[in-house]
Write a protein that binds this ligand. Sequence first.
Ligand code: PLP
Length: 475
Amino acid sequence: MDGEEFRQRGRQMVDLIVDYVNSFRDRPVVPNVQPGYLRPLIPPEAPQEGESFDKILADIEPVVLAGVTNWHHPNFHAYYPTASSYPAILGDMLSDAIACIGFSWIASPACTELETVMMDWLAKALGLPDHFLFSSGGRGGGVIQGTASEASLMVFLGARNDAIAKLQAAEPQGEPCELLARLVAYTSEEAHSSVERAAKLAFVRIRSLKTDEKHSLRGDALKQAIAEDRAKGLVPILCIATLGTTSSCAFDNVRELGQICNREGLWCHVDAAYAGSALLCPELRNFADGIELADSFNFNPHKWMLVTFDCSALFLRDASKIVEIFSADPIYLKHEFTGQPDYRHWQIPLGRRFRSLKIWFVMRCFGISGLQAYIRKHVSLAKEFEALILADGRFEVVEEVTLGLVCFRLKGTNEATEALYRTLREDQRIHLVASKFHSSGVYFLRFVVCSSQCESKDIRFAHSVIMEAANKLGK
Ligand code: PLP
């Protein structure tokens, strides 16, 4: 394909994309396919000779679009949202064309420098403390990771190695492996499973602490755990707090946890994968009270800020704790320039895409006010759904609705809500998932406002489908 054909195919592809995005209401939210549907639709081997792009285009609908779950369908209310917008897609197109591997400043200066400025833009737009900004002139700054899971892993590895270095300074005869066995980290029982996985990958013991009646991890629980573990000879190193838990969008008490971490010498990390984008709106910032006490903070613009996957923003108070510990500097990667980060030291892979372009395009096209309007609209749609649910005495809402998630259930035993969930899955007109609180075992359904196309009529539609299902069950 030469440049002229690319112009033509590019236009065709843009048309296809816009037609797809405009077609959600005519498509099922979950595809009507069975496992194994795809293999018989395409040849078992790659073609020996190149094919015409027309043939490829002809396959997109039957092979691909017929089998995708439409995450941007207005009736998609599962998990948490994943973001998409035309400016972000255009940013990724440009990134694909530049196709650099920005592992160091010289490997592509614009890739590094735009990222540092975008990280500062994000931190300022969210009202994060100055110590996370490059422009504050301290040791802090931000980096784009692929996912919140990677961000947590980086934090675990940084906290682990920092703790081992400190222990070795005090006990020079201590072997790193022996010291490692004494380390312990903390999180809430409602934290995302990626936190537990990060602990496993980092080989650090982790305790999932009990939450209060609002599913929030509080200072007392952390204080007690630290005291218990110190008495056993363990070394507490890290607490991962969650703002916006995956199950129910509960908020750990960052002020209490941060105070204890600062006093006891633990790294305090805040995982705000979904909820972080809401900090764009000053009136929604209460849940992040105490954020200035955190040593690191992570949120996913690819969840709720109209930036396409992957784009997870990690901010560090002292980036040297990661950068210096993981540096490996072979001669072929060295260069003579200083004063800008070499982002390869801030992440696990060497290679990295030019992901800041899509942040730049999105923030400029929407402006902070456009992004705020987007968040506010989703929050208001969630409140509308909550009001509809609460208007029916058979239902209850089991977590305060702060952002775009409504956790609801049929009153009474779990079985009734489990049956409701099965009925909704079979019905397939809307897509949502269920969850359970660790502490109480209470089972509930999660209704999330996800799509940028979701409107009040879609909220009322989803509510009517749920009521129909409840009536069918005779509830
Ligand atoms: N943390 C929280 C609170 C989440 O809700 C999620 C996913 O929904 C994650 C972490 C994992 O996100 P990622 O897929 O970016 O690793």
